[in-house]
Design a protein around this ligand. Structure first.
Ligand code: AMP
Length: 299
């Protein structure tokens, strides 16, 4: 079933306690779409600059992503750099160069305006709102955001929250948005801002979904070695929405299972730099880890 994502495609510079890599393919919509393509055929709407390498468009296509909405504009591709502390849970943004994002006005290709499932990946809330206006009557819309937008575009973000079915936040974002330290109370306050569901990610401590008809919590899948957690959140969302779109339903049992698929998909993402570990994974490997996770959480 049709799944559309609007967000960023980037070149990232990533520093971990062990190494540093420049110009790694990144961006919220890039990670999301590669993850979702494990379950369905997603379409990507994003902007890149003239420096975007053809092999990266090919990588997206070869991994099952519809790239007709990937626009190339004069200028440089969005660049982000960040550093992880040794415990992986703390990430500091070192630099954000908006470049072509500064003037990004998303255009949803005509055939994708009827998309039933939509993910508004991390981008300026005004861009997310403009994208959403172009979609006819979606069944389920989920949005992501980050501390930068919570701090600089709170009003647009609040407007967005009234128009989406679900919002995905990490613990720090939930606390900044609500001013509440307790995550259950923070999730309740976010629900009061409009969405039916809030998905709250807690890094290596897992994630939960809360809404009036569902409250479900999972640990992260335990991996022995983390290489690079960049994109884990977007990959989680990609696995989640990929399952929802492939099932063509968004009832509570589907949302609970989608949490498992999101968790499993994200666990592969952190095992390599950029999208490399995710790209290499087959559906059989994902399914096998899903079964493992079921065993881990079952009594
Ligand atoms: P995650 O680790 O899931 O939070 O996603 C990291 C990805 O988000 C990186 O590949 C970045 O290129 C991208 N990113 C970082 N900052 C922003 C921003 N302000 N807006 C949109 N995407 C961003």
């Amino acid at each position: 079933m049709s799944l559309l994502v609007i967000g960023t495609v980037a070149y990232d510079t990533i520093e971990t306690a062990y190494t540093r890599r420049e110009n790694v393919l990144g961006g919220s919509a890039m990670y999301f779409s590669i993850a979702a393509a494990k379950y369905t055929k997603p379409a990507l709407v994003a902007v890149v600059g003239e420096d975007f390498r053809p092999e990266h468009t090919k990588l997206l296509k070869d991994n099952g992503v519809d790239t007709q909405g990937l626009e190339m504009q004069k200028g440089r591709t969005f660049r982000w750099s960040g550093r992880y502390e040794v415990d992986w849970n703390t990430r500091v943004t070192l630099e954000t160069q908006l470049n072509v994002l500064e003037t990004f006005d998303p255009k949803i290709p005509q055939e994708w305006r009827a998309a039933k499932y939509v993910f508004l990946a991390n981008a300026a809330p005004s861009v997310q709102l403009r994208a959403l206006e172009q979609i006819d009557r979606p069944s389920f819309v989920m949005a992501d955001t980050m501390n930068l937008w919570i701090e600089t575009s709170r009003e647009d973000l609040k407007k967005l929250l009234r128009k989406v079915d679900a919002i995905v936040l990490n613990d720090e974002e939930a606390r900044i948005l609500t001013g509440e330290r307790n995550l259950i109370r923070a999730a309740g306050m976010v629900l009061g801002m409009g969405p039916k569901y809030v998905l709250l990610k807690k890094g290596e401590h897992g994630a939960f979904i809360m809404g009036s008809d569902v409250h479900f919590s999972l640990p992260a899948y335990p991996v022995e070695q983390v290489i690079d957690p960049t994109g884990a959140g977007d990959t989680f969302a990609g696995g989640f929405m990929g399952h929802v779109a492939a099932s063509d339903r968004c009832d509570p049992p589907t949302l609970r299972r989608a949490m498992l698929w999101g968790t499993v998909t994200a666990s592969f993402c952190v095992q390599g730099f950029g999208p490399e570990a995710l790209v290499a994974r087959t559906q059989a490997e994902l399914a096998s880890r899903y079964d493992d996770l079921m065993t881990i959480v079952s009594p």
